[in-house]
Every structure is written in C-alpha cells, then in structure tokens.
Design a protein around this ligand. Structure first.
Ligand code: C5P
Length: 230
C-alpha cells in the first residue's frame, strides 16, 4: 500500500481520457478514486487494471440498498481488491452492519467509509426529505451511527473534521474532498482547505480532483502536495 494521503478523483467520462491521465501518474505518489461516472463506462475491469498497475483504489459507489444487496456488492468490491469502499449512512444501521460483516473476513479488508449528508444538500433539501435538524447536526448524528455500526470512518468536509473528532474519540478515518492548493481556483467547491490545514484539522485522506487532473504537470503537482504535507 502506498503511503500517500492524496486520493486523486478520476472524474473522467471516458476510459481513454482516464488511461491517458493515469499513464502520467505514479502509484507511489497517490491513490485513485473511481466513482459512478467512470465505473459506469469502465466497470470492474477498469478498477482491476488500476489495482494491477499498483494503485490503491477507493471505489466511490456510495452503496444504498437493502442490507443483503449492499453486503454482496461490498463482498465483490473486496474480491476486486479495492483499498476503500463506501456506503450511504442513510441506508441505516442494519445495512452498515451487513456491509462490514461481509468484508470482515477478507485478508486485505477494504476500509469501509460512510457518506453522511451530501454536501450538495442544504437545509431546505433536508426539510423536503423529512430530515429534522441542520445539515451539521445530521452529519454528526450519522457519523456516530456509522461508528456504532462498525464502519471505519466517513467522508466529510475539512470544516467538519474537528467537530467529528470531538464527538467520536475512537479510531475513525476521515476522508475529505474540497481541497485546494494556496492561490488556486476553487471551481464549484464552496468551502475549501489546503492539504496541510485539512490534515492538521484531523483529515486522514485528501480527495483531490481538478487541481491534479487539470494540472499541466500532474506529477509535479502531486510531488508539491506530498511535500507540503510530509
Ligand atoms: O475536483 P475536486 O477536487 O473538486 O473533486 C473532488 C471530488 O470529491 C469529486 O470526485 C467530488 O465528486 C468528490 N466529493 C466532493 N464533495 C463531497 C463528496 C465527494 O467534492 N462531499
């Protein structure tokens, strides 16, 4: 397993684009995140290709279904050899417990992460789906439920890490997107943090997309980021 805390989000819609990009990378410098977009076109064979190239892969498919279906999907992800996989906490405790049970006997058990409240959801969106309380309140509540259900951690914004650390004092992995280098474009991210500050505030892994995928020299950018946090 590579030591880098940087997980590059492969937000590409074709395999050709993704391959051209990956060819420029080095598995010693980063891990990879494959989400619904790329998985829909590339499937498990693309995931396995990345693993065979030596990359740790975070399979970001945010499973949310009945416990039996999610457990089976997690088993298949673990069979593929992914390093990290995730589920929606709103699938409930039984679903999260089933997901954890399904992978707990694997020798190389993937890290199992929960998605609390999507950062695209604001107060009125929560009200519409009948969730009581503020987005922050729900994030904390669901992170605690994930912890009680045996999940290894949650995805959260870097602004939420210190609060989650106060509430959950056991070992709990925090994976944070919304990372930007000093003085670079924020794109559509509302609240951003530098890699160094995100780690200082309690993140374990940093999900970074466009600052690396749109860089003229992705390797140089990765080296800069890794140096800034080593
Ligand atoms: O390009 P950028 O660095 O903004 O990419 C961030 C990645 O993290 C994207 O793949 C995005 O879907 C994902 N993500 C996010 N915010 C969340 C959860 C995931 O930006 N709350």
């Amino acid at each position: 397993m590579t030591k880098s805390k940087v997980v590059v989000a492969l937000d590409f819609s074709t395999i050709i684009q993704a391959k051209i990009f990956i060819d420029q990378l080095d598995p010693n410098l980063c891990k990879l995140k494959i989400g619904k977009e790329l998985f829909t076109v590339g499937g498990s064979s693309f995931v396995e290709k990345c693993i065979n190239l030596g990359f740790d892969v975070f399979l970001d498919l945010k499973y949310h279904d009945i416990p039996n279906t999610v457990a089976k999907a997690c088993t298949l992800a673990a069979n593929m050899g992914v390093w990290m996989v995730n589920v929606h906490c709103l699938g409930g405790r039984k679903m999260m417990v089933a997901a954890k049970d399904a992978i707990s006997n694997f020798q190389h058990q993937p890290i199992l992460i929960g998605v609390t409240i999507l950062t695209s959801m604001h107060q009125e969106d929560l009200n519409e789906v009948g969730l009581v309380g503020s987005p922050k309140h729900n994030v904390i509540r669901l992170a605690k439920l994930a912890n009680l259900s045996g999940l290894d951690g949650v995805v959260c914004s870097a602004q939420e890490t210190s609060l989650i650390r106060q509430e959950i004092t056991t070992d709990f992995c925090l994976v944070t997107p919304g990372i930007r280098l000093e003085g670079t474009k924020t794109n559509d991210q509302q609240r951003v943090m530098t890699p160094k500050n995100a780690l200082l505030s309690g993140s374990d892994y940093l999900v970074i997309g466009r600052p690396i995928t749109q860089s003229q020299d992705p390797i140089a950018t990765l080296i800069d980021i890794n140096n800034s946090i080593s």
